[in-house]
Design a protein around this ligand. Sequence first.
Ligand code: CS2
Length: 494
Amino acid sequence: MKTSIQLQQQNLEEVGRRMPVPNYNRSADKIGIVHIGVGGFHRAHQAYYLHQLRQLGEASDWGICGIGLREADAKLHDIFNKQDHLYTLMVKHPDGKIEPEVIGSIVNFKMGVTDSEPVIARMANADTRIVSLTITEGGYNFNPITGEFNFDNPDIQHELRHPNDPITVYGFLTAALKRRRDNGLPAFTILSCDNIEHNGDMARKMLLAFTEVQDMRLAEWIAQEVRFPNSMVDRITPVTTKADIETLTQKYGVQDAWPVTCEPFIQWVIEDKFSNGRPDFENVGVQFVPDVGPYEKMKLRLLNAGHSVLGLLGALHGHPTINACIEDEVFKNYLRAFLDKEATPILGNIEGIDLTDYKDSLLERFANPNIKDSVSRICAESSAKLPKFLIATIHENLAIGGSIKFATLVIAAWCYYSDKQVDQDRQPLEIIDAMHNDLHDAAKETVNDPLAFVKQESLFGGLATNERFTTSYTWLVQELYQGTNIKMLMLGLL
Ligand code: CS2
């Protein structure tokens, strides 16, 4: 291999001899999209769709400016500065093939943490027509059980008192929309790309709850002018590892400090409801439909819930990755049983979709041995994920007399995981969760009260008062605490 070369605009010609690179003139791109939350997922999904459009010679008005609202985004900011916002997307196929490609659709990046004004100005610029979000489930700031806006959040309290000093997405959106209205500019669309049912409706409800307290007249203008399409997004995007960076240098001769890896599968289903135009995403395979609801529910309750089932049970057993779980017959059969017997019955029929095919393809995607998606990524922020992905399914099955045992074991495993913070072989677990301390405090009371963990109403609603649930949960959590092997418990339920 030739000596490795730094990924940068000025080196693109040379990099292009080693892997596909943008064929478009990035410097001429107008910024039409401001994106908040430039994690791996955004770079493997929306930015990739735009890149494909740009490769076709389209969408030069829709360059992306990324925004970082967390201190931790400084790392990406520095890397992007050095790499002219270029990065490599490494698509990993099940047969071992890796397809690297340099993506050029992100043309700018700003840190809102250090300086809010340039971010507000960018969002309020006439060229910006969409503000899209991947701020994670927790970023929407709602109470998972009541679904209402959480005004107790100290950052929100600060923003309500200081409209010119935004911190969260709500402060920035409000400040930018206010400036647009005052300048007589049309509103932008707010496009949520997070794994939340009715994500656009949720973004609208939360933003309006916030703005109504800050500025009622502005809230009325937003309600009238801003569209919030719902969308279902899908592409498995593991955390980038050192090995990925090394593969890129050693095999392809390209130095990229933060490539993104992903599976070949990609899907985006959007409600066609935009305030101020949109790219012709349908030209690169995005589906526009009148009602995204059934697609969202199917994906969250099968794929995301399926991930959590494998993640939490796999963490206790000591499986490092999702594909390692699927290679284990007990885990594979358990997942299928959960999908067929608990998740599917509440989905009903989804027009045009064969759920059996969908589940078959999920199992194949999870089995991809090259993805090596870590269970720690899946278990991270479970407190924001499980109420939507899994606990909702338990509630709905309780209401119709459906099976709950497969999901209930996952809740018992989550309690054990939060309490002990080691797997069943006493190996330490890395727990990442905004509610880490609360989860730990509640879980450690299990020895005195087996229902202590599920009494956290903000996560479980009234589950602790449902006899059918508590009977099943108490038995399972006690078995785990007595040291019964997780796989034995899973086998027993099958
Ligand atoms: C995962 C998702 O975070 C999780 O728990 O289930 O990140 C999942 O990989 C994506 O939603 C796939 O589209």
